[in-house]
Design a protein around this ligand. Structure first.
Ligand SMILES: *[C@@H]1O[C@H](CO)[C@@H](O)[C@H](O)[C@H]1NC(C)=O
Ligand SMILES: *[C@H]1O[C@H](CO)[C@@H](O)[C@H](O)[C@H]1NC(C)=O
Ligand SMILES: [Mg+2]
Length: 298
């Protein structure tokens, strides 16, 4: 029955808009509660409390991507700097990332142990990192590859791994840096054999089969007069990003006396930014120097 004119609602001509709205919204509410159970199909992917949350991204099929975009071999400093720019953007745009480490086409981001960002949902961490990183890669491409157009959209996969202690987290990062070292040493010799000695990739591979690090260093030194330890740190160690106070000088229009109108002034202010380092993170020295990274409350 219609409350205002006492006839069946279906026939009521005097239904006020208030009642009509209430009636309609009731219908919507009923429909919503009827369907809402599907929410329970969503898996709970909350990251275990008090663990370090690591999101690692990896370029999708970057072997092909590097070829198509004429990346320098064995490494391309433009590509590495672009990766780092994207990682800095991720750290600045998202919350609670305390350190990032990157090499080749991968980057790892560590969220602080007690982060409660998006209620610690793994899918939120992972998709925000991956999408912010990928859009930054496309957005900043032209600043790093001025003469090389981006030919197709690159993609990145992501995974989330939890590390329960300071030690397991440090061991994870050490593992990535050791991987960087092994790959870079191999690639440096591999491409020297191809570019400087004219070997085919198959021949270079055969030549390196079963060689140890010392053998590779020796080949570089005796055949190519290259001391591997003098190769740029960025290639040998990868890139660590940590928050540092940086003095930023900006020019600002200053308002005030009329005779000085439009004058620009240099203003220095201190900002905290993700700053790149190409240092060893396997030894204790780095962690002793930067205890704030693993500090619970920083
Ligand atoms: C991890 O290391 C930081 C920095 O040294 C320290 O403040 C913190 O208490 C450590 N956490 C645990 C659980 O040991
Ligand atoms: C990496 O490539 C650059 C050129 O982009 C080259 O100057 C450098 O020596 C290479 N690094 C190694 C480790 O071979
Ligand atoms: Mg890859």
């Amino acid at each position: 029955m219609c409350a205002s004119c006492n006839v069946k609602v279906r026939n009521c001509l005097g239904v006020t808009s208030v009642i009509l709205r209430r009636f309609l919204s009731l219908g919507v509410t009923m429909a919503k509660s009827k369907f809402e159970y599907v929410r329970d199909f969503e898996a709970d992917d909350t990251c275990l409390a008090h663990c370090w949350v690591v999101v690692r991204l990896d370029g999708r099929n970057f072997h092909r991507f590097a070829e198509k975009h004429n990346f320098a071999k064995p490494n391309d400093s433009r590509a590495l700097h672009l990766m780092t720019k994207c990682a800095q953007t991720v750290m600045e745009e998202l919350d609670d990332i305390v350190i990032a480490y990157g090499q080749s086409d991968e980057y790892s981001f560590v969220f602080k142990r007690k982060s409660n960002w998006f209620k610690r949902r793994a899918s939120k961490f992972m998709t925000h990192v991956a999408s912010q990183f990928a859009s930054s890669y496309v957005f900043y491409w032209r600043y790093y590859f001025e003469d090389q157009p981006l030919l197709y959209p690159p993609g990145f996969d992501g995974r989330v791994v939890l590390y329960p202690t300071n030690q397991t987290l440090k061991d994870y990062l050490s593992w990535r840096q050791a991987d960087c070292h092994i790959n870079n040493l191999y690639n440096t010799v591999f491409w020297a054999l191809i570019q400087k000695s004219g070997l085919t990739p198959i021949q270079a591979q055969g030549r390196l089969q079963g060689t140890l690090a010392a053998d590779k260093n020796e080949i570089l030194f005796s055949e190519f007069n290259v001391n591997y330890n003098h190769e740029p740190l960025m290639y040998r160690k990868g890139t660590v990003l940590i928050w540092q106070k940086v003095d930023e000088v900006t020019t600002k229009e200053v308002k005030l006396p009329a005779e000085m109108e439009g004058r620009k002034m240099a203003v220095t202010r201190t900002r905290t930014k993700p700053v790149p380092f190409h240092c060893d993170i396997i030894g204790d020295a780095f962690w002793k120097k930067h205890p704030e990274i693993l500090d619970e409350d920083s």
